[in-house]
Design a binder for this molecule. Structure first.
Ligand code: ADP
Ligand code: MG
Length: 241
C-alpha cells in the first residue's frame, strides 16, 4: 500500500487552557474517502482545525505528502494542497453563487475548464449561478462551500459535518455530490456524526472519543457490526436520519 497522504501521530492540541486532543493517531489513504466519526464534543472539529493550523499543535506530528506541516501558517498549509470546508461553511449569503466562487479563486480569474468540471460535479451551482447564495437549499450551500474549497486544485479535501441541520431529503442530494467526488478518486476526510450518511460513502473509518482515536477499520466492517456501532457511537447516533 502506498504511503497515506496525511498522517497524524500523537497529536495534542489545546483551546485556551483546555487540553482537547490527547494524542490523536490518524491516517488518510490517497484516493479514498475516510470518515472520522464521534459524538458531539469528541474533538473532530479540533482535529481538522489542527491539521489546518487554525488550532495550535502542542505536541505530535502532522505529515502531509511526506512532509511535516505542523506549525506552518494556515495559508501555507492550504497552498501545499489541503482544502477545508468548516462546519459553518463560510459562504457569503448576500452574494451570488458566482461572486462566492470569484472570491474563492484568489489567484485571479476562475479557470474556465475547472469551473466546467465543478458544474459537472454540482449542477445546481450552474443553474443558480446568479442567485444569492442565501437562497440555496442547505445541500446546495454545502455544494457551494465544497466548490469554493476546490476552485484551486487541491490534493486533500477536509469537510466538517456537511449534514448538520439538513433534512433527510437534502442529505440524499449530498450523498450524490460526494459520490461524484469519489468517482474522481478525490481524497477526502469527512467528519460526521450521521452514521447512516457516512456509512454509504466511507472506505476507511476512524472513531474519536474524548480527544483520542478509539477505533480504526474499514467502514464495511463497522457497518455490519451493530454491537460495535452501539459500543462506539451510542444508540442515538445510529438512529439519525
Ligand atoms: N472555543 C472553545 N473553548 C473551550 N472549549 C472548546 C472550544 N471549542 C471546543 N471546545 C471543547 O473541545 C472539545 C472538542 O470540541 P470539537 O472539536 O468541536 O468537537 P466535535 O467537533 O467532535 O463536536 C469539546 O469538549 C468542546 O467543548
Ligand atoms: Mg464539530
Amino acid at each position: 500500500m502506498s504511503e497515506p497522504i496525511l498522517t497524524l501521530s500523537g497529536v495534542h492540541a489545546d483551546i485556551d487552557q483546555y487540553h482537547i486532543l490527547h494524542g490523536v493517531d490518524l491516517q488518510v489513504p490517497r484516493g479514498e474517502l475516510t470518515v472520522l466519526l464521534g459524538r458531539n464534543g469528541a474533538g473532530k472539529s479540533t482535529t481538522m482545525r489542527t491539521i489546518m493550523g487554525l488550532t495550535r499543535l502542542r505536541r505530535g506530528e502532522v505529515r502531509f505528502n511526506g512532509e511535516s506541516i505542523g506549525g506552518l501558517p494556515t495559508p501555507e498549509i492550504a497552498r501545499r494542497g489541503i482544502a477545508f470546508v468548516p462546519e459553518n461553511m463560510g459562504i457569503f449569503a448576500l452574494l451570488s453563487v458566482r461572486e462566492n466562487m470569484e472570491l474563492a479563486a484568489n489567484s485571479g480569474p476562475i479557470d474556465e475548464s475547472r469551473l466546467e468540471w465543478i458544474f459537472r460535479l454540482f449542477p445546481p451551482l450552474k443553474r443558480f449561478w446568479n442567485r444569492s447564495a442565501g437562497n440555496l437549499s442547505g445541500g446546495q450551500k454545502q455544494m457551494l462551500a465544497i466548490a469554493r474549497a476546490i476552485i484551486e486544485p487541491r490534493e486533500l479535501l477536509l469537510v466538517d459535518e456537511p449534514t448538520k441541520g439538513l433534512a433527510p431529503a437534502i442529505i440524499s442530494d449530498l450523498v450524490g455530490a460526494f459520490e461524484e467526488l469519489k468517482a474522481q478518486q478525490a481524497t477526502i476526510l469527512l467528519v460526521e456524526q450521521n452514521f447512516n450518511f457516512s456509512r454509504r460513502l466511507g472506505k476507511s473509518v476512524a472513531v474519536m472519543d474524548d480527544g483520542r482515536i478509539v477505533y480504526t477499520g474499514q467502514m464495511a466492517d463497522l457497518a455490519e457490526d451493530d454491537d460495535l456501532q452501539k459500543e462506539l457511537l451510542g444508540l442515538s447516533l445510529g438512529a439519525h436520519a
